[in-house]
Design a protein around this ligand. Structure first.
Ligand SMILES: Cc1cc2nc3c(=O)[nH]c(=O)nc-3n(C[C@H](O)[C@H](O)[C@H](O)COP(=O)(O)O)c2cc1C
Length: 170
């Protein structure tokens, strides 16, 4: 398997996202993945990778966390043609059934509208929620991880997703 150097951007200050990011890095191989703090991401750094994995949990009833929200104006000015991007995100389907992992969907739209190819869609089987901006044509557009209600499934879901990314990243 050959994989171009991939940037994995997530908040170093969110213990949950950080734990998930490290599991993903372990599955894909430490040498293939650069770990980058979303809280001090720059346009230059973001654009220096053709392959990206973004950690985007949902906060505030269906919104992006502050650190991603602050980067949205920069994203809106980007041309992302040629970029391949996968998104994972934590959410809580019981606590927030109307907005389950919305952040994944919000980020996917921002990126695909600017030319990025989004990979890493996953089955929504076994989840229970009312609405999700990440739910498209019967699937999630990224990897939805529910640490509050599905903690036992996390490792297998990450393993499967990493296998999928290895095939879909160029
Ligand atoms: C105030 C608050 C609002 C939240 N809103 C949502 C939401 O709208 N949708 C969702 O799926 N999860 C929501 N969550 C759950 C978080 O996404 C979940 O706890 C996640 O594990 C946080 O990951 P992080 O600590 O890495 O940021 C919310 C949590 C809090 C505390």
């Amino acid at each position: 398997m050959f994989m171009k150097k991939t940037g994995l951007i997530y908040s170093f200050n969110s213990p949950r996202s950080a734990r998930l990011a490290k599991k993903i890095q372990d599955e894909l191989g430490k040498d293939n993945i650069d770990m980058i703090n979303a809280e001090d991401i720059t346009e230059e750094k973001f654009l220096s990778y053709d392959n990206l994995i973004l950690g985007v949990p949902t906060w505030f009833d269906g919104e992006l966390p502050n650190y991603w929200d602050e980067f949205v104006p920069a994203l809106e000015d980007m041309n992302l043609k040629g970029k391949t991007i996968a998104i994972f995100g934590a959410g809580d389907q019981k606590g927030y059934p109307e907005n389950f992992v919305d952040g994944i969907g919000i980020m996917a739209d921002l990126l695909s509208e600017r030319g990025a190819r989004i990979i890493g869609e996953t089955s929504a089987e076994g989840y229970s929620f009312e609405n999700s901006k990440a739910f498209r044509n019967g699937k999630f557009i990224g990897l939805a991880l529910d640490l509050d209600n599905h903690s036992k499934l996390i490792d297998d879901k990450i393993k499967d997703w990493a296998g999928q990314l290895k095939k879909d990243f160029k």
